[in-house]
Design a protein around this ligand. Sequence first.
Ligand SMILES: [Zn+2]
Ligand SMILES: [Zn+2]
Length: 114
Amino acid sequence: MVRFCPKCGGMMVPKKSKNKGRGVLLVCRRCGYTVRAYAKDYNLKEKVEKKPNDDVIVMEKDVSLETLPKTKIQCPRCGNNEAYWWVQQTRSADEAPTRFYQCTKCGYKWREYQ
Ligand SMILES: [Zn+2]
Ligand SMILES: [Zn+2]
């Protein structure tokens, strides 16, 4: 379902409204003119930007953080200088186990890249 801008005739692209549950907005790519549209007409999927650090990191067991060793490393998110770390075997067994970190302050998890 393509709509065109009533002002300039440019193509309008759906954009999720910031107000949750208030539907979507159609924004003109050329002039920025905005109209409200119904969400059901535009099945907008949340755009998930894939960054390597955003991989879902699942711990094998419920590891209680207190038992994990800590190390001095800077959290990429909050800049805290201490993180728990553990080692986990990745999917293929011939790869070296990956070291994971979890910030002691904000809980952010990331993996070490070699
Ligand atoms: Zn326009
Ligand atoms: Zn942090």
